[in-house]
Design a protein around this ligand. Structure first.
Ligand SMILES: [Zn+2]
Length: 108
């Protein structure tokens, strides 16, 4: 199964950890921007897996839940449940590159 490193996340309601923050998008090393729901189903069906890497320590993402607040399944990266969730310390996704609005190259 292919493993993909998560290099960015988008967190619902910004990065403030108030209320009930969940990661809504994963940004992967191969530049994909993957909705969390898709990642959850990929993990459940064994299509591919994801991990974070922080100071050389890898933590694989796993599906947990349902969340006690909103009842939805969500993702955590806390290898073996022995480490804190490192998914929420991944930096924000880089800004979206606008696709389809690229101007043609200038003529010489
Ligand atoms: Zn929740």
């Amino acid at each position: 199964m292919a493993e993909h490193r998560v290099v960015g996340v988008e967190i619902e309601g910004g990065s403030e950890r108030v209320g009930d923050p969940h990661v809504t998008f994963l940004c992967l090393e191969d530049r994909r921007r993957l909705p969390t729901l898709r990642a959850i189903s990929n993990l459940r069906y064994g299509v591919e897996s994801y991990y974070t890497e922080n100071a050389g320590v890898r933590a694989h993402l796993r599906v947990v839940g349902p969340c006690s607040r909103c009842g939805e399944a969500y993702l955590r990266a806390d290898e073996g449940a022995t480490l804190p969730d490192s998914l929420l310390s991944v930096p924000p996704c880089p800004p979206l590159r606008r696709l389809g609005t690229k101007r043609p190259p200038p003529r010489p």
